[in-house]
Design a protein around this ligand. Structure first.
Ligand code: SF4
Length: 329
């Protein structure tokens, strides 16, 4: 059963305005929003994906990617369909840009699955969790009451009021920062200032935040622009982990994969500003392991999804110099 959306206003002639994300879609009766997930039915905005899942799995938390939260842990991961951005290089386009086959689940059932699979957390991932807002809100509240932590893997495109509400039951986020240029964001149907605000508010609300930038040749591989991104992240907190990931051809974007030497160049640039930088989809332990920025000790060794915690105390600090490295929930 479709559920009434939480954030919309009613206009004239049965039109509605969705107020969940900065697109603020104005929809005539019968029309569906840009995200494919919200529909005006007789002047009421309905969510079309409440409790509908396309993918559910137990994944390494490093796959989100989250490297500084409970390293080596497995987490129940779940997604629906739809997205409020239109990236031509989307790596999950089958569920983000199309209405994929689904099965229905309630928030209580999802929390029960987490408990029965001995997952201490739930990750809302695979497609954009914000356009599944009402389901994520209901589930994350129940999960938090049961002592289960909640993770969003998100593009950060949400309006301020719903973000504040959801952050109350969210413990960690990985936010995709797709470029550091407003015009480039517009090409993806996104809004840079909104994404920056989401990252900033999450940090200010003590949510654990990591950031991912997929380096796409010919799109966002401008060194000056990336340096501004790294400086901005450092101005918020230089210990925000940054994942620079390698693009491979996907969906509507066919240029060859990002050369590894370009990624290494940006890795070295980011390390000038940030304490924790990683390369994704490169499979080189030198770029995916964690070293203490204060004393240089190897603290978490990663080879792909094989994770060995080798130099942390039980509170997530460097065992040698006691600098805080990871958050343990
Ligand atoms: S959530 Fe969907 S329907 Fe609502 S404003 Fe954003 S894109 Fe439009």
């Amino acid at each position: 059963m479709d559920k009434t959306a939480l954030y919309f206003s009613t206009l004239d002639k049965e039109r509605v305005k969705c107020e969940l994300c900065p697109h603020n879609c104005v929809l005539d009766n019968g029309q569906v929003g840009l995200c494919l997930a919200r529909k005006n039915e007789d002047g009421v905005l309905l969510t079309l994906n409440y409790g509908l899942i396309t993918s559910i799995a137990i994944d390494p938390i490093e796959k989100k990617p989250l490297f500084h939260l409970n390293p080596g842990e497995q987490i129940l991961s779940v997604g629906t369909f739809g997205c409020n951005m239109k990236c031509p290089f989307c790596q999950n386009w089958e569920i983000s840009q199309e209405i994929a086959p689904t099965r229905r689940i309630t928030p209580e059932q999802l929390v029960s699955i987490a408990v029965s699979r001995k997952s201490r957390g739930i990750a809302y991932t695979y497609n954009e969790p914000f356009i599944w807002f009402e389901f994520v809100l209901d589930t994350s509240r129940i999960a938090a009451r049961e002592g289960i932590y909640n993770v969003l893997v998100t593009n950060g495109m949400i309006s301020e009021e719903p973000l504040h509400l959801l952050l109350q039951s969210i413990h960690a986020m990985n936010v995709d920062l797709k470029a550091f240029d407003e015009q480039l964001y517009k090409k993806l149907a996104g809004d840079l200032e909104t994404v920056k605000r989401t990252i900033k508010l999450a940090v200010e609300n003590s949510v654990h935040v990591e950031v991912t930038t997929l380096i796409v040749p010919g799109f966002n591989d401008d060194e000056n622009m990336l340096e501004k991104e790294f400086q901005w992240l450092a101005s918020l907190d230089k210990s925000i982990p940054l994942h620079l990931t390698r693009y491979f051809p996907s969906y509507k974007y066919n240029v060859p994969a990002t050369p590894v030497e370009i990624l290494v160049k940006f890795y070295n640039l980011a390390k000038k500003y940030l304490d924790f930088v990683y390369l994704g989809n490169v499979w080189d332990q030198n770029y995916e392991s964690t070293f203490c920025p204060s004393c240089g000790t190897l603290v978490v060794k990663r080879v792909g999804y094989q994770v060995q915690v080798v130099g942390l105390d039980e509170e997530g600090r460097c065992a040698k110099c006691r600098r805080r490295i990871v958050r343990i929930l």
